[in-house]
Design a protein around this ligand. Structure first.
Ligand SMILES: *[C@@H]1O[C@H](CO)[C@@H](O)[C@H](O)[C@H]1NC(C)=O
Ligand SMILES: *[C@@H]1O[C@H](CO)[C@@H](O)[C@H](O)[C@H]1NC(C)=O
Ligand SMILES: *[C@@H]1O[C@H](CO)[C@@H](O)[C@H](O)[C@H]1NC(C)=O
Length: 219
């Protein structure tokens, strides 16, 4: 017969589990990662020139004539910056170099590793309108043509009747709570494959841990 040790009593297991959990919380607080993302809130963005709402369709950043389209603003701690996420397309709005151009173009990204290319800031245009610029280069702004396609530069646009950079943000249309918004956003993040490539800020916001992160924490 094979010798078998007595199973560990449940009460002892619970004590060990509690200790492990305490240790984990401790490591999370003192670890190298800061919770850089703070809050998820819904909003729609109406563009003056196209008379349409900002969204991602397929891989294209566009302005769409459809009804008010919900996006999530994920605000950054200690700054006016935020990320923009389309929960229908499941992608972030990020800047990338347009071919043969100094200007950047907005594109859809599922799992951006470097969030600095996906951070925006809101600046006043006039009255109730605002413009959305890259936090990295504030003269780089989000622009749309009357037909709802992206415009790379405002040059030569002065005679237009509409303002391609001008947006009106509508927050009141959506009445989900901050908890519900974060929950919906994080549910989508948890479904992303290759989580090891995910930006640490998103992992921290949504409480996603990966083996790589665990190893780093123990160092
Ligand atoms: C910032 O953006 C503007 C407008 O697209 C561009 O002309 C300029 O070269 C950019 N500056 C840097 C440092 O990339
Ligand atoms: C919008 O207009 C631009 C330039 O006039 C054109 O290149 C583009 O294909 C148009 N987009 C759509 C969706 O019609
Ligand atoms: C907002 O909430 C109210 C009451 O909770 C509900 O009746 C209404 O349908 C909601 N509106 C939207 C746009 O979801």
């Amino acid at each position: 017969m094979v010798y078998r040790r007595n199973p560990i009593p449940i009460s002892q297991l619970l004590v060990v589990l509690a200790l492990v959990m305490m240790l984990n919380i401790d490591l999370a607080l003192c670890g190298p990662f800061r919770n850089d993302l703070q809050r998820v809130k819904p909003a729609a963005f109406y563009n003056d020139c196209s008379k349409r709402y900002l969204r991602i369709r397929g891989k294209e950043v566009t302005a769409d004539a459809d009804e008010k389209h919900k996006l999530y603003m994920i605000t950054l701690t200690d700054s006016h910056g935020f990320l923009l996420f389309d929960p229908t397309a499941n992608t972030f709005f990020c800047w990338k170099k347009a071919k043969k151009n100094v200007q950047l173009k907005l594109t859809a990204r599922r799992n951006p590793k470097d969030l600095s290319m996906c951070t925006f800031e809101e600046l006043p245009v006039n009255g109730a309108s605002t413009k959305y610029v890259s936090m990295k280069n504030k003269s780089q702004m989000m622009l749309f043509r009357a037909n709802g396609s992206q415009l790379l530069t405002r040059r030569g646009m002065t005679k237009r009747r509409c303002q391609p950079e001008s947006f009106i943000q509508d927050k009141n249309h959506f009445n989900e709570t901050a908890y519900e918004s974060k929950d919906e956003f994080c549910r989508r993040m948890k479904r992303i494959k290759h989580k090891h490539k995910m930006a640490d800020e998103i992992k921290n916001l949504c409480g996603i841990t990966t083996p790589v992160q665990m190893r780093k924490r123990r160092m």
